[in-house]
Design a protein around this ligand. Structure first.
Ligand code: NAP
Ligand code: MG
Length: 502
């Protein structure tokens, strides 16, 4: 199967995008754009061209202190948490409306910064970011405690009830794969709960977070409620995680960094939620609609160049249909031929960085060395950006690194199975447990697999469908806690019990 050999040039940026890209590197602290305490900058690249297009602040220790102090006083004086929930909701909805008004510009910035096609950012990232905020805004006025009749004490003499209070100052660290969506998914529950926060975008993709700061200011949040710091994880991120005035850390990213963050947040006993990596199975049962399943399996791994925590990176197809499923994926692959992010025809863009390109090509090489065969793709087309063709590897075994480790690229490993128990066991043979897709027309098979697979989300005849009202998170090493839904706001709340002697 041949793919495009060379990549066309990235089309020109719009005026609006150039304005954001060319702005002075600053931080958003206490409701203002401020200079850093030092001159260090981070280069921002366009992965479709490999060119440095902007610079942002590499936040210093002093910058971190300033941001934490701003978030701390904004929390402690109750300017946000004591505001009527109706007002908090209104300001959040205003932010969602502003994001909607700037959707086209935000989609372009995301495409330039991350490499994802602008068309995809327009229909996926930006609307999803907006709905996270709209959904959580509604919770601001619907948080309730409860009364409980005492069990071991006489009810006539004792009255007990609980109230929910915001947890305090939150540090929210996000990755580069869905920059604005991850940022909004993080800030929305914190804000609805009445918390204040410091958001740190990934070094590779800070542009939409900076634009978000403008819109936060315009929406009317009180100063210090939302602070946005660009910087490196190992420096600014680490200082934020350890800071004694921070009450909670929410992180999305790699499992290794998640483990380090959990350790580093322990001394101060911070509340912590982690959304980490995955190696999600896609299981195609013998009764499935093979055409649909193959198309779905291709999207499950090639969407966002496979840089998705729930990417369907391990395909299990029943022996009787294995060849037709692989053929279906190969037929679908040309639709995913990588193109520059601003090319209107792009369905899949480059990877985010040279580092990520090396990593993914390194895995493909390791797979080949270990004896895997390349069914389609396997190469990186010539061009200045970080492109990899959609890749399917077969003849793999469970010991290979391509089967065990998160590649985070458009690479799927395909395996055969014979029966349900065998595939459930194989699907669970991983340190991760984020998501799983099951393709079958048999209801009983669907329920059996949904029950047997150890993962936070099971998809039936679809993959990676995510909704703000439905909890999302990982079993095992894929994370701790849940985001979205009622469960998504819980980690931002403390429960206070009040017991009164009557
Ligand atoms: P990463 O290092 O986990 O980065 C995620 C975020 O954590 C970034 O904002 C990062 O800052 C920050 N960070 C890094 N070290 C930190 C520390 N010690 N303390 C506090 N914050 C810290 O992910 P990556 O390096 O960008 O990607 C590496 C691999 O992680 C990928 O290949 C992929 O396998 C996986 N990944 C998974 C997800 C997911 O959604 N599950 C997302 C992204 C990546 P910097 O910006 O400075 O790195
Ligand atoms: Mg990193």
């Amino acid at each position: 199967m041949t793919q495009s050999a060379t990549i066309p040039a990235q089309p020109a940026y719009s005026e609006a995008a150039r304005k954001v890209i060319g702005r002075k590197p600053q931080l958003f602290i206490n409701g203002d754009w401020v200079d850093s305490s030092h001159d260090a900058l981070i280069e921002v690249e366009d992965p479709s061209s490999g060119k440095v297009i902007a610079h942002v602040v590499d936040a210093s220790g002093k910058d971190v202190e300033r941001a934490v102090a701003a978030a701390r006083s904004a929390f402690d004086d109750g300017r946000w948490s004591n505001m009527p929930p109706m007002e908090r909701e209104r300001i959040m909805i205003r932010l969602a409306d502003l994001l909607h008004d700037h959707a086209d510009e935000l989609a372009e910035l995301e495409a330039i910064d991350n490499g994802k096609p602008k068309g995809i950012a327009t229909v996926v990232d930006i609307p999803a970011a907006i709905s996270e905020i709209r959904y959580m805004a509604g919770w601001a006025g619907k948080l309730t405690g409860e009364t409980a009749a005492p069990y071991a004490m006489p009810g006539e003499q004792v009255f007990g009830y609980t109230v929910r209070e915001p947890v305090g100052v939150c540090v929210q660290i996000v990755p580069w794969n869905f920059p604005l969506l991850m940022a909004c998914q993080k800030i929305a529950p914190a804000l609805a709960a009445g918390c204040t926060l410091i958001l740190k975008p990934a070094e590779q993709t800070p542009l939409t977070a900076l634009r978000l700061a403008d819109l936060v200011a315009e929406a009317g949040f009180p100063a210090g409620v939302v602070n946005i710091l660009t910087g490196y994880g190992e420096t600014a991120g680490d200082l934020l995680v350890r800071h004694p005035d921070v009450d909670k850390v929410a992180f999305t990213g790699s499992t290794d960094v998640g483990k380090a963050i959990r350790r580093n947040a322990t001394d101060t006993m911070k509340r912590i939620t982690l959304e980490l990596g995955g190696k999600s199975p896609v299981i195609v049962m013998p009764d499935a609609d093979v055409k649909q399943a193959a198309k779905g399996a291709a999207s499950a791994i090639f969407f966002n160049s496979g840089q998705v925590c729930v990417a369907g990176s391990r395909l299990f197809a029943h022996r009787s249909i294995f060849d037709s499923v692989l053929e279906g994926i190969s037929t679908a692959a040309p639709r995913w031929t990588p193109r520059p992010a601003l090319d209107p025809a792009a369905q899949m863009g480059p990877l985010v960085s040279a580092e990520q390109l090396d990593r993914v090509m390194g895995y493909i090489a390791a797979g080949k060395r270990d004896g895997a065969s390349v069914v389609t793709g396997g190469d990186s087309p010539a061009g200045d950006g970080y492109f990899v063709n959609p890749t399917v590897l077969a003849d793999v075994n469970p010991q290979m690194s391509v089967v065990r480790e998160e590649i985070f690229g458009p690479v799927v490993v395909a395996q055969r199975f014979d029966d349900l128990d065998e595939v459930a066991k194989a699907a669970n043979d991983t340190a991760y447990g984020l998501g799983a897709g099951v393709w079958t027309r048999d209801l009983s098979t669907m329920h059996k697999l949904a029950s047997k697979i150890k993962a936070g989300t099971i998809w039936g005849n679809c993959h990676a469908a995510i909704d703000p009202a439905l909890p999302f998170g990982g079993y095992k090493q894929s994370g701790i806690g849940r985001e979205q839904g009622r469960q998504g706001i819980e980690p931002y709340l403390e429960t206070k019990t009040v017991i009164l002697q009557l």
